[in-house]
Write a protein that binds this ligand. Sequence first.
Ligand SMILES: N[C@@H]1[C@@H](O)[C@H](O)[C@@H](COP(=O)(O)O)O[C@@H]1O
Length: 252
Amino acid sequence: MRILLSPDAAGAGEIAATLVAASLRDLPAPVLGVATGSSPQPLYRALAARVHAGLDLSRTTAFALDEYVGLPVDHPESYHAVIAREVTAPLGLDAERVHVPEGAAADPVAAAARYEAAIVAAGGVDLQILGIGANGHIGFNEPGSDADSRTRIVELAPRTVADNSRFFDGDAGRVPTHALTQGIGTILAAREIVLVAWGESKADAVARAVEGPQTAELPASFLQRHARVTLVLDHAAASKLSPNSLPVEVAR
Ligand SMILES: N[C@@H]1[C@@H](O)[C@H](O)[C@@H](COP(=O)(O)O)O[C@@H]1O
């Protein structure tokens, strides 16, 4: 794993935006994997500034990692709505090319299979953007998820429900209990992965993902088996890494 460091979240977003822009720039039909949550927001802001300055992402196909089960797509906290608001519009993506798992589908098992097939039909993901949960989840692959898992319905961990209650007026009872998420195997099939993490609450998960054993108890640890993963961290998120992990400080 390559680890790049910046003093703060905004700097990490700039570094990650540089990596994303460089990877997609010369591809005739780029496929970008996009994540929700607060982790990638500095990256989206930095990328949006580049789009404003002339970077054209309108030919990019995008696949979101996950969606809640049980929220209508027009609920403001559905990932359909979040991706439209925080990714599609600011990055100038073509909404027709932006895909989000159908968490509201009557048959979610069929919806999961369709989603896997759509990614394959698009040629696979060129670059996957990831955040990381405080419990080490990626997408909504909670502890216990297999390395070869695919898009499927999962139950959210209590820690994730508590963490995400901030998007539901602080009321954990309003957070959906299940989600439709790309599996770890789906995520690992991306040709390149850029994970953004900032803040002290992520420091434990980051250290275990990088230095711990590969284990379903810390799903992000399975990223160790991918050949092209970059973690872009602020100092707080990197604070529990040992010096042996050789993080590289990058100027903004
Ligand atoms: N499903 C998402 C993940 O894709 C995200 O990476 C993670 C961390 O969220 P945040 O970046 O807001 O800390 O949890 C969320 O619930």
